[in-house]
Design a binder for this molecule. Structure first.
Ligand SMILES: O=C(O)CCC(=O)C(=O)O
Ligand SMILES: [Fe+2]
Length: 335
């Protein structure tokens, strides 16, 4: 796969400039133009690139540095650094070499950490590397900024759909109870890409997923108009991906994207996904919308408890790689 240089990034139809969304009343026009673009991009792609997000470059660099240091350790050192590295989520040597008859190999090292709620961060998925020593502190300070950005974007998305600004955000409350999980995906360079996938096609079990990737190595693909399209992703740009929970809350006006990851060739690729969810006990339901929008809605969603939906999603998730098996699990939330 081509390592995309600066030249690839001239045309970025998916990019939303957050600085413009933050403009005050005196710049009303610039702001409302960006909101109009946001509505269009969000509906078309189920994700968008986030530029001028305001998370300082040293914070992003810090995250990349600690993650690189961890993945450079030998397997023995990783195990020593991370007592429960062999847990279900963080597979053995991290690699999921799954092989079903009609499916390619899936090749990714994953490291998942729960950042919030606070009282759960030292058990379950909370496997914090001890090496490098500042790993947890660096990740937590990134997550705090990422979470604020997600809150802001939830409000902007509601506004872009002409809804009351708080309709999505209020489901993420109380804020001490909402869930933030960070997953590092490390895709080793692959000599036989035709037989391998980085991640199989899926939609995320989240409200929002904020993605960061290292070194502009291409890999993420989104299904658009039934074709796989590679996301062209400039340095220091983040990517906001809609999860199934947002699709339910918006009654399908914001669709979670169906995406997959192709293996990198000749060089490794690393991405970091921050999953942002309402508390598991919260009930989500489609937000009320104006009459004029009703005609554009194909199917109504019903009220579901976040934790129950996620349980259903994870227990029914197949490793389908076919483009026809799209988002079967979400029918659980259809009226
Ligand atoms: O590696 C990527 O760009 C995407 C990762 C992803 O889709 C996920 O972790 O859910
Ligand atoms: Fe994903």
């Amino acid at each position: 796969m081509e390592n995309c240089g600066e030249a690839c990034f001239n045309d970025l139809p998916m990019a939303i400039n957050v600085a413009k969304l933050r403009l005050g009343f005196e710049n009303h026009e610039g702001r409302s133009q960006e909101l109009t673009k946001l509505a269009a991009v969000a509906k078309e792609w189920g994700m968008f690139l986030v530029t001028n997000h305001g998370i300082p470059e040293p914070v992003l660099r810090g995250v990349k540095d600690v993650v690189k240091s961890f993945f450079q350790l030998s397997l023995e050192e990783k195990k020593a650094s991370l007592g429960s590295y062999m847990s279900k989520e963080n597979k053995e040597d991290g690699r999921n070499f799954l092989k079903a008859e009609d499916q390619p190999l899936i090749r990714v090292d994953r490291l998942t950490m729960k950042i919030a709620p606070k009282e759960e961060t030292d058990r379950g998925l909370a496997v914090w590397p001890q090496t490098p020593a500042n790993f947890r502190q660096v990740m937590e300070s990134y997550a705090e900024k990422a979470r604020k950005l997600c809150d802001e974007l939830l409000c902007a998305l509601a506004e872009a759909l002409s809804l009351e600004r708080n309709v999505f955000l209020q489901k993420f409350e109380p804020s001490e109870e909402n869930e933030v999980k960070v997953k590092v995906n490390y895709y080793p360079a692959c000599p036989r890409p035709e037989q391998v996938l980085g991640l199989p096609a899926h939609s995320d079990g989240s409200g929002l997923t904020l993605l960061m990737q290292f070194d502009t190595v291409a890999g993420l693909q989104v299904l658009k108009d039934m074709k796989w399209t590679t996301v062209s992703w400039p340095p220091d740009t983040l990517l906001l991906n809609f999860g199934d929970l947002l699709e339910i809350m918006s009654n399908g006006r914001l669709k979670s994207s169906w995406h997959r990851v192709m293996p990198p060739v000749g060089t490794d690729r690393t991405s970091i996904a921050l999953f942002y969810n309402p508390p598991p006990h919260v009930e989500i339901e489609p937000v009320p919308i104006g009459d004029e929008d009703k005609s554009s809605i194909e199917e109504e969603y019903k009220k579901v408890v976040v934790g129950e939906y996620l349980h259903h999603l994870y227990s029914s998730r197949s490793l389908a790689t076919s483009t026809t098996a799209i988002k079967h699990a979400i029918t659980f939330a259809k009226a």
